[in-house]
Structure formats: C-alpha cells, structure tokens
Write a protein that binds this ligand. Structure first.
Ligand SMILES: O=C(O)CCC(=O)C(=O)O
Length: 246
C-alpha cells in the first residue's frame, strides 16, 4: 500500500509509483485480453509531431469489459483518493498502445492544460497508469518533470494531433526542475497530478508498450458549465479482483 511518505512525496513532486499492485497472473490475463480484443486492435492513432502514431482507446463511461472493471476496482480508486486527499469520480480511462518500432511520442503537456477547457474549476484530477508491459526508456516510458505541478497551469497549443505545453516555458522549466524517467515493471502503477508536466519518447524498441490509464476528478470539483467527461457521481464499488474475466 502507499504510505504517508508516498503522499508527502506526491504533494511535493506530483507523482507516486507503487510496484506489484497487480500480480503477474493478473497482468498475463490483461495482456492476453489486450492482444485479442478488437477494441485494442482498433485503437485510434494520435500522430506526434513527426507523424509517428501513438494509439489510444478512450472511454468516459465504464465499459462493459475488463477495462471498465479496472477503472472501478477499489485498489485503483482508493489509491487515487488517498493521494488526491478526497473522494473521486471517473473522468475517463484509456488504453495506451505504443507499437514496437513505430509507436510515437507524447509531447510535454499537463493534462489540466486541456482538461481546463472542460471546466473543472480546480486542478484536482489525478491519473493512475497501470503498466501492462514493462515500460522503459527504450520503449517510451513516461517522463515527468518533478514538482512542475506546483507551477500552475501552462498555456497549451496543438503539437501534431496532440496538445503541447508552451515550448518556451517548458524549456525554462527543464533547466530548473529534474526529469524522472518512470521506468515501470508490469503490474506497477504510476499516479500523477493533472498539472504535472509529462511526456514520453517514441518506441524505438522491438517490444510494444501497453498501459491503461484511469483518470479521476474530485467529486467536489464538477465542471462549472460544461458536461465534462464522465458523470459526477460516486464510483459504485466492484470486486477487487479479475476473477470474472478469467
Ligand atoms: O502514454 C503515454 O506515454 C502518455 C500518456 C499521457 O500523456 C497522458 O495520459 O496524458
């Protein structure tokens, strides 16, 4: 479980990593499902600046499959609530695929850089990234700029098909704050604050990089005038295992 020390570190640095949240058997099951599902095969390409595709399958609803179940699992949701310090609801979840050799990069950005336009008034959202395959520097693991969540929201503009933070501001921040490359063993989870600057490199390896990211907003922070992503309702508890999908 995450400790009070992890929470302090999350507040200071904007992210926390925990190994072994999902067992090797659970990961083998998720990998098998991912490799055989049409939803994953047909995930939408989001080209980076160089035109290399990162693929994504996003849902604002709890899908009627193992992925929707994962987004509601207490072991994922409770950790998000512990780190954010309050109860959350489902914003959206996404399967992220970087195919071997061709998978593209993600530009430096803050999630709240563009979620801001969906109108949640405070940056009280958090992402929970589960590594389904190992993620390392070679296959394009997530990099974060430690402590950048304390800079406030930065302007964003288009970067390929993506949204990128103001490059001049990023350049200065890169001189002042340390980058952490978040290499993750499969089964590990990385939690990060919605104002934390993050990016990832293309996948130049001959291994795919697969992850599942659940994003949550604080229940106290519904969008002001817009519908937002998922509906602002408490998450109904679900079984904390994957037995139904075996
Ligand atoms: O999967 C990645 O490498 C990037 C994910 C990301 O940037 C995001 O979820 O906002």
């Amino acid at each position: 479980m995450l400790t009070d020390q992890d929470k302090l570190r999350f507040d200071r640095e904007g992210f926390a990593i925990e190994e072994g949240v999902f067992s090797p058997e659970e990961i083998a099951l998720l990998l098998h499902l991912a490799q055989t599902q049409e939803r994953v095969r047909e995930a939408r390409a989001m080209p980076d600046r160089e035109g290399r595709p990162s693929r994504i399958s996003l849902s604002t609803q709890f899908t009627e499959d193992v992925w929707g179940h994962l987004s509601r699992m207490p072991r994922v949701v409770r950790r998000a609530e512990f780190l954010l310090g309050e109860a959350v609801y489902h914003w959206h979840s996404k399967i992220m695929v970087k195919d071997a050799r061709v998978g593209g990069a993600w530009e430096w950005h803050q999630d709240y850089g563009y979620w801001y336009h969906d109108d949640p008034p405070f940056p009280r959202l958090i992402s929970a990234m589960l590594a389904i395959t190992d993620a390392d520097r070679e296959n394009g693991c997530l990099s974060v700029l430690k402590g950048s969540h304390l800079c406030g929201r930065i302007d964003h503009s288009r970067a390929g098909s993506q949204s990128g933070a103001d490059p001049d501001r990023v350049k200065v921040l890169l001189e002042r704050l340390p980058v952490a490359d978040c290499e993750l063993k499969s089964g590990s989870m990385l939690y990060f604050h919605c104002n934390l600057l993050h990016s990832s490199a293309p996948n130049l390896s001959d291994r795919p990089r697969l992850s599942y990211i659940c994003c949550y907003n604080a229940l106290s922070n519904p969008p002001l005038t817009k519908p937002g992503h998922g509906p602002c309702v408490p998450i109904a508890p679900t079984a904390d295992d994957l037995d139904a999908w075996r």
